[in-house]
Design a protein around this ligand. Sequence first.
Ligand SMILES: [Zn+2]
Length: 186
Amino acid sequence: MNDQKFIVNIVQLPNKILREKSQDVVLPLSPEDVHLAETMIYHVEDSIKPNSKFRPAVGVAAIQYGIPKNMFYVYIEDGFGNVIFRDLLINPKVISKSNALIALKEGEGCLSVKESDPNQKGYVKRSLRIIVEGYSYFEKKVVRHDQSNYVAIVLQHELDHLEGKLFIDRIDHKNPWKKEKDLYTI
Ligand SMILES: [Zn+2]
């Protein structure tokens, strides 16, 4: 794919646009929104290639380009090049979330939070399982994703972006690595 047509400009804190709530996208997609979708796909998939100019990512939301539209892309491979999850969701809605909680042992990261920023280490507690419905860019119809564990974490991270939330908001900054008994960590 010719990457010259995709311009990736990531917005980072303290830019306040990251705190904006994104708006639903009109379907069918306009040519401009198709280009946005293709940019997100190019960006995330390129980011995990060796020698990519991008910081490695498993997902990106439109708001991270400064565009407050309800769209995100998630692309997750296992360590062997197998695709675990891939979808670009438009106007996603949460159908249900488990009470059971999960967090990444190493904490989360985000393209919109510089790795040098303080106060970003700690457990980010999320539902272990989530059911999300949204219009799939690939399937061209509304789909339902029922996901657990790592994929569920990533989906919730991206859904948060659409609400103007960031993972750092969910860290207990007084006790960032406090592990409740019922918190499952991976
Ligand atoms: Zn993020």
